[in-house]
Design a protein around this ligand. Structure first.
Ligand SMILES: [Zn+2]
Length: 66
């Protein structure tokens, strides 16, 4: 199962979007919002509060390290 390139969420089969770069690299997006944030807004998922990557980076996944 692919994960969203931007936010890190698992993408269910039949949903989301795959983007193929000229280089052959693949990007997956769970929503248009993720695609827009990466390509148009050039945001880092680690600095975008609603992403799973942000939650993991900042210890909000419920598994806080002491
Ligand atoms: Zn996403």
């Amino acid at each position: 199962m692919p994960r969203c390139t931007f936010c890190g969420e698992d993408i269910e089969k039949g949903t989301g979007k795959m983007f193929v770069h000229n280089s052959g690299k693949l990007d997956y997006f769970c929503t248009n919002r993720c695609e827009k944030n990466l390509f148009k807004l050039h945001r880092s998922p680690l600095q975008t509060r609603w992403t799973k990557k942000y939650a993991l980076e900042h210890g909000r996944s419920g598994k806080n390290k002491l």
